[in-house]
Design a protein around this ligand. Sequence first.
Ligand code: 1CP
Length: 348
Amino acid sequence: MVIENDRLLRALRLEPNDRPPVWLMRQAGRYLPEYLKVRAQAGSFMDLCRNAELASEVAMQPLRRYPLDASILFSDILTIPDAMGLGLQFMSGEGPVFERPIQNLKDIQSLPLPDVEEQLGYVMNVVRAMRIRIGQKLPIIGFSGSPWTLACYMLEGRGTRDFAKARSWLWREPQGLQLLLDKLCSSVTDYLAAQANAGADVLMLFDTWGGLLSEAHYREFSLQPMMKIMQALQTRHGCSLPVILFSKGCHTQIADMCESGCAGIGVDWRIDINNALQQAKGKLAVQGNLDPTVLLADPESIRSTVKKQFADAVDHAGFIFNLGHGIMPEVPPDNVTVLLEQLRQLSD
Ligand code: 1CP
């Protein structure tokens, strides 16, 4: 099927575009009053994720407000560990917490691999419901957490500042950690392939905590598992969708990522976009990378930041305009309008 607005797909093939595609990480979510209303209607965040009608509705909300070039599945990265039996809870104001985090090697050895269609079928239902609402107008981005980032939450039990407990496994029990990553590789591969079958056009791996690792550990414990997933998607599932790899805080390792088999990389704001584009030139698309806190500033600062970014990046095929991390809940929705109007003015 042909997608009408194919700017994102073209950028991922490094083909020229009339203007760079734009979408925003966490474009659906708590900064939008209409999201909070639907979440309240659903009951809780996980009830919302399990309700295809309401989850597909909140995925549409930013598309109604803003001229975006992609939609993203509404779900969370922690659905896989939940399906593995860890008991995911979202405490209000606290973020995700697992009732039964992994404590020791035995927990890893006995960790079951979920049946993706049976236990995570609710996610595929959201993809299908989104496709019905969007038709062929825009690409749908499916996603998963990277094995390393999922392992961080599973070993720690919750989000923390430095994931010290999870990282201690690198030294104390690296083989146990590898076993956990292997199990996650298998599940993430099946999960992404199922999203592709349900209608996703692009796949993204969120490796939010890759940047907590040394360069050598990043290659071994984060990039390697993601490479295995990308290979298995092709060989085991015949899935050739482009994959965007977002390893936050890993801009010193773009050269490694260029060899990984992904179509594009997400970069955060710590690297100049010029520098990232130069390193990836001719090999990968680059997505990013405004500091999301600019959306907490005044309209003039937002406009000048967008102008600079645009001037630096517009000539590169394969540039995908985005933030360097997700929109924060405190962001006034009108500031997102300012950002996108400025971008549109520059593109016209
Ligand atoms: O309504 C609520 O209170 C829940 C808030 C919320 C939302 C809207 C959470 C809890 N997850 C989501 C949706 C979500 N999560 C999306 C789809 C929305 C979109 O992009 O439009 C995506 C892609 C994610 C991915 C996600 N979840 C990541 C990776 C990206 C990133 O931001 O780094 C991570 C680390 C999570 C875990 C998670 N889920 C929710 C929260 C608050 C967190 C972060 C916890 C932490 O800081 O450790």
